[in-house]
Every structure is written in C-alpha cells, then in structure tokens.
Write a new protein. Structure first.
Length: 303
C-alpha cells in the first residue's frame, strides 16, 4: 500500500462504500446485488430474482438528435426482464429530481431496445410486433442518497411512481403503471442501531452508512453481507483496487481544493463590491465575509 493511501486510511477497517471504488467493491457479486434488490423491492419466495447480469459505470448513449449519454453507477437486468439501475449519490444538487427522471428515461429506452432485440420478440408475428410496439419492460431506479432529499421524507425509504390524481382524491393509492418505479433511500434518515437491524436491507444500509467510520462492523447473520464486508476490508484490497481508490481520492482532493479556491475568490469579489459602500467599515466587511480584518485591509490596499 503506497504512502498516500496508508496515511489516508490509517485506523480504518474498510474503505468507504459510498465512494465509487468502495461501492463497486461492496456489490462486486451477483449474490450481493440480488440480496440488496430482493430486499429493497420486498421480493419473497418465487418472486425473488433468479438470474441477474450487471455492470458498473454502464454508459448509455442516444442520438436526440445530438449524442447524449448518462453513466449508470450499476446497471442490471434480470431473468424476468426487469431493467434496473442503482445510483450511489454523495452530494445533492439543484436538479436532483430532474436527474432521476432523465436517467429513468434513458433506462426505459435501453430496456425497450433490448426487449425488441430479444429472441422472444423476434419470433413474434408481424401483427403481434405491431400490437406490442409501445410496450416497455419493467424499469426500476434505486437512488441511495447520502443527503437529505428536496422533499419532505419522514422514512429512510420512499417509492415514487405514476399515480392518478383522481384516484388519489378518491382514496386509492395504487399506481396506474406498476412497471415504473423509483426507490429512494435517504441514508441520513437511517438511524437504526446495530441491534435494531433485522433484515437484509437494513444490514446493507448500515454498512453503507457506517463502514467508513473505522471500527469493524457487527455480524448480522447474513453471509452475503459478510462476504461484501471482506471485499472492502482494507487488508484484503488488491493492487488494482488500491490504485483505483488512490486515483479517486486524489481527484476528490483536487476538486475540493478547487471548490475551496472558488469560494475564496467569490468572497473576495463580494468584498470588492462592499468596498463601494461607504457606510461599511473594514470591521463590518470582515464580520460579513468571515475573512480576517488583516486580509480585508490588505485587499483594500491592493485595489
């Protein structure tokens, strides 16, 4: 392990599963993704996922009319013709809901394209293909958010879907299109203790929320979760994963430095604007901008 990584991870048991590298390592098996998705969708018995294919950082490209693309954190298809994407989001932004809708639109088009390429669809008669020309497969977007959502969310898991306003007003809460789902997970609202974790979903969310803190996590009696924890245990990381993690952490550090620099420049622009107000003293400007009085005076002499 090189010096940069060893110093950064000193005292830690696991790499942070909320990072790109950590997330991919945590869910780097079909069993892990199936266990998480079965739990998050509350699939039981024969409804549980039997077959699954998946890939990370899956790029979807379309011409509309210029080329557009989105990169899915994790893309999966199941034997029952479900199409899923799983997103791990650490930072909020102004167009979060817009982004979920845009990603789902790309996912639906991808699913429709794959469905029509399938051997099952190719064997249909011309009339049947025409009859099913608008049919789309089941698509599910799962967003794990390490921030508070822009709407009032009391629980840590919510489901978005398409509803009829008239049906809602009459007391019915059934979606009019069950093949379209958004599962939204708000990690800040997941506050269960280890003793309160009773099912696979809570075990996965506990790992996502607490693995970066440093201490070994408890055994929840789920062998698949335990295997995933071993994959993100620092002492078990291979050279390739360490290299990916190093690149990601360096990039993150550089971005944070640039953001910090941008914030400082913005504050100095604000200071310059306040200098134009004769009613504001240097002490006032320092209090408002939270920049030291010495820096304010230095900035004034440089103008």
């Amino acid at each position: 392990m090189n010096q940069f990584i060893s110093e950064t991870l000193k005292g830690k048991t696991y790499i942070d599963p909320r990072t790109d590298t950590g997330f991919k390592s945590l869910f780097a098996s079909k069993d892990a993704i199936k266990d998480f998705v079965d739990g998050i969708l509350q699939l039981k018995g024969d409804d549980q996922i039997k077959n699954l294919n998946y890939s990370f950082e899956h790029t979807l490209r379309f011409m509309i009319p210029e080329e557009r693309k989105v990169i899915l954190d994790a893309f999966a298809t199941t034997g029952s013709k479900r199409f899923l994407n799983i997103e791990m989001q650490k930072a909020d932004h102004s167009f979060f809901i817009d982004r979920t809708i845009l990603y789902k639109a790309f996912l639906i088009i991808k699913g429709k394209h794959e469905m029509e390429k399938s051997e099952e669809f190719k064997t249909l008669s011309k009339e049947e293909k025409e009859y099913r020309r608008y049919e789309i497969p089941e698509t599910i977007s799962i967003w794990i958010c390490d921030f508070e959502l822009p709407h009032r969310m009391k629980n840590y898991i919510d489901e978005w879907a398409i509803y009829s306003k008239e049906m809602l007003n009459s007391g019915s809460v059934e979606t009019i299109f069950p093949k379209n789902k958004y599962i939204i997970v708000c990690l800040p609202k997941f506050n269960k203790t280890a003793d309160e974790v009773k099912d696979p979903v809570d075990a996965w969310l506990y790992v996502l929320k607490h693995a970066h803190e440093g201490e070994p996590l408890p055994d929840f009696g789920n062998g698949i979760v335990n295997e995933a924890l071993n994959r993100i245990r620092i002492e078990n990381l291979d050279k390739t994963t360490l290299t990916e993690l190093e690149r990601e952490m360096i990039a993150k550090e550089e971005i944070e430095c640039r953001l910090a620099g941008a914030k400082i420049e913005t504050r100095y622009e604000m200071i310059d604007a306040m200098f134009a107000n004769p009613k504001l003293t240097d002490e006032d400007i320092s209090a408002i901008s939270r920049i030291s009085l010495d820096e304010i005076k230095k900035r004034r002499t440089q103008r």
